[in-house]
Design a binder for this molecule. Sequence first.
Ligand code: GTP
Ligand code: NAG
Ligand code: NAG
Length: 445
Amino acid sequence: MAHRAVHIPVIFIVSTYSFTAFCLYILVSFARFETVKADNVFSASHTTTVPVAAARDLRYLLYDVNPPEGFNLRRDVYIRMASLVKTLRKEGDDWVLVLPPWGRLYHWQSPKIHQIHIPWGEFFSLTSLQANVPVIEYEEFIAENGGPFIDQVLVLQNYAEGWTDGKWEEKVDERSCIEKLMYSKDKQGYYRGWFWGYEETRARNVRCISAQGHASIMAPVLQKNITVTSVMLDRAETLLHDHYAGKDYWDTRRSMVFAKHLRLIGDDFRAKYLNSTDDRDHTIYSEDWTRMKAKLGSAKGGPYLGVHLRRKDFIWGHREDVPSLKGAVKKIRSLMKKHKLDKVFIATDADEEELKELKKLLPDMVRFEPSTEDLELFKDGGVAIIDQWICAHARVFIGTSVSTFSFRIHEEREILGFDPKTTYSRFCGDTEKECEQPTHWKIVY
Ligand SMILES: Nc1nc2c(ncn2[C@@H]2O[C@H](COP(=O)(O)OP(=O)(O)OP(=O)(O)O)[C@@H](O)[C@H]2O)c(=O)[nH]1
Ligand SMILES: *[C@@H]1O[C@H](CO)[C@@H](O)[C@H](O)[C@H]1NC(C)=O
Ligand SMILES: *[C@@H]1O[C@H](CO)[C@@H](O)[C@H](O)[C@H]1NC(C)=O
């Protein structure tokens, strides 16, 4: 299963962060200092301060991610691409990020519902995203571009030889493709591929690029080596964060505001089943994320314990850091007692059989269970967001070890202003010896 691999980038970023990120940060800051003087890089009017203002062509950056990666790692890759677009916009052309339609995700298995070609607007607030970096939906790109054509696809890959002498260095080079190319030429000489399930989409050219480093190492290549209008980076997860948990990371993360209809469903559910309202719980949310600066510890949260219990592929491998259901319920009971909470909300991807067992062990648990019509409307991604939203508003939260789903809840709680003591804890495996708890990443405003 590809899920082992899925976790590597996350752990990697966290572990390399200390020794590379600092250097990267310095590098990037220097580049910034040279080109733009403290202006707003996203406003159309900043052309006046850029030396090459005369020819600011509109260009499109598209991207896609390795198919087995889940929803929440894809949200993380978006942050890296937004950062790259910010770097690109500092010099030269007017780059716009094209949002890759959602669909065909491994975990989205609800039968009989159409889960392909899903625009970002169904899950996130587009105006919020746009307040951070210019973005458009894929279908808008097709319309603006005059057809479903992408000029250049760059398939990103690592270096065949790995790290030379075990030394980490940043580099990018055109190389022959290491893996079998997922694109093939049609009779007209165009390249056909997955393209988010848009069969009519084709590429004029496909090349492989070996890249090792942070997202913005692609900037010089896109600015200087390539002159065509639309470029797609496939396997974009190959690139690392420019500056993990830095200001730019958090700006983009804060701009990823959930779509309003999903937040409203979550809020109604909180009020109805969990006696939780923003007024009482001090979780007032500003529609404009740039004004959202809640002080740590200001949020109280609803009178319930929020739980993210990741199962499925996390238990198939008999991982040491994932508890049995009995172990999880024991922990839940003790947390409820400790914090004097009589309600518990559970978000989980557990299968039918495990759910039955869980209900037996914890008959009073509350879950968001969408009707068939609701599921058709929100889709698996929307239901996941509603679950995350409800967990994000709990008085106390506990998640699952190295689950990107849990990580996104941590960030949401950080934005809402919860005391870190109520957020950064996870279940321990039944026999786990050293149960390291999640890291607190503070928002940089
Ligand atoms: N509604 C709901 N869906 C969940 C829950 N936990 C997992 N899922 C589903 O399973 C997917 C989990 O994959 P990811 O989003 O990638 O998060 P992850 O737990 O880190 O898993 P990997 O990244 O695949 O290792 C989610 O996108 C959901 O579709 C949950 O508590 N509620
Ligand atoms: C980009 O162009 C430079 C200069 O021509 C060249 O040295 C470099 O190898 C090219 N990079 C890529 C990734 O094609
Ligand atoms: C809901 O919470 C309020 C304030 O904490 C409390 O006064 C009220 O009794 C609660 N209602 C229910 C139904 O638990």
